[in-house]
Ligand binder design. Structure first.
Ligand code: SF4
Length: 315
């Protein structure tokens, strides 16, 4: 089975989109689980490198439990996370997911030490490194490519949208050109590239969202995490929302966006997430995103109803 072959095997299995779990099964020969790691890296969009206000939607504490707890070493975070997953699911193999903050934002020696500490932990079979498109210099990519010679490495980039006006509204501090440049340099080194994308941005129509899917396909993105626009407390977006300046899509509208997006996404791109939420104490709205499996089922029902599938527009 070739996960990147011409005929998508998942279609032959009657599935309508390419699940990340199927890809991991192919790569590792078993199910793998992500253990979130907080290495304490900051964010250039908060420390003044391109900006100081942070992204409009971002409350760093809402992204990961680690930002709400007393700091522990990387090894200890992995040990505790792996123990929880083993008790709950019988998990044995894990990816160390450097999640909160910008995990390539720091001196090379500190980055290497953090990645190596994670890789030395029992059960860890690879790294997933979350970062920004404007924060992947050649030096860190060379280091990650070197690590990829002996383990699995994926870079997750917060691309969010291919439209500069949306990136500006989000206060990202980078444009889409930064994303195309980062993806090209990352792929040139043979690294797996994931993209985070937000659907339901105020100035975007369904055609804008499908244009982002077309663009990610053209760029050769390997996996996508889809996020519905949601409001977390203590953010600029929360202020906009309270002032009635932002309208969030309903669940039905979001399902429509996701189905349209998937139809335009390459059959070779895996889907790592279909929707997102924040912990209950941080989530302001919408209420419907709390039920992630309900959203997933609604998307799958709509794909069935329309007889639609990922990449349909390519055929
Ligand atoms: S979303 Fe990411 S890049 Fe934006 S402010 Fe938060 S941590 Fe920084």
């Amino acid at each position: 089975m070739d996960p990147h072959g011409a005929a998508p095997f998942w279609r032959a299995r009657g599935e309508r989109y390419y699940r990340m779990g199927s890809f991991y099964q192919f790569v590792f020969g078993c199910r793998v689980w992500k253990v979130s790691v907080d290495a304490g890296f900051g964010c250039p969009n908060r420390d003044g490198t391109p900006g100081a206000g942070g992204c409009r939607f971002c409350n760093p504490a809402s992204f990961s439990p680690s930002r709400r707890l007393a700091p522990a070493s990387i090894g200890e975070q992995i040990r505790q996370g792996a123990q929880r997953l083993a008790a709950r699911h019988g998990a044995e193999r894990f990816l160390a997911y450097f999640q909160p903050g910008t995990n390539t934002h720091g001196p090379a020696e500190r980055l290497r030490a953090a990645y190596e500490e994670a890789l030395a932990c029992p059960g860890i079979v690879g790294l997933v490194v979350g970062t920004r498109p404007d924060c992947v210099g050649d030096e860190v990519l060379d280091m990650l490519a070197e690590l990829a010679g002996r383990t699995w490495v994926s870079i997750e980039l917060g691309i969010q949208s291919s439209h500069d006006r949306s990136l500006e509204w989000l206060g990202r501090g980078h444009d889409h050109r930064a994303s195309t440049d980062a993806v090209a340099r990352t792929k040139r080194r043979g690294l797996h590239v994931g993209a985070h994308v937000i659907l339901g941005l105020p100035s975007e129509t369904i055609d804008d969202m499908t244009a982002t899917a077309d663009e990610l396909s053209r760029m050769g993105i390997d996996s996508v995490k889809l996020h519905n626009l949601y409001v977390a407390r203590d953010t600029r977006l929360a202020e906009d929302y309270a002032a009635g300046q932002v309208f969030l899509p309903s669940r039905e509208e979001y399902v429509d966006y996701v189905v349209g997006f998937l139809e335009h996404l390459s059959v070779h791109c895996t889907i790592d997430r279909l929707s997102a939420d924040a912990p209950p104490e941080y989530l302001v709205a919408p209420d419907w995103c709390r039920d992630k499996s309900g959203v997933r089922r609604a998307i799958e029902r709509e794909l069935e109803r329309r007889d639609a599938w990922q990449g349909k527009s390519e055929e």
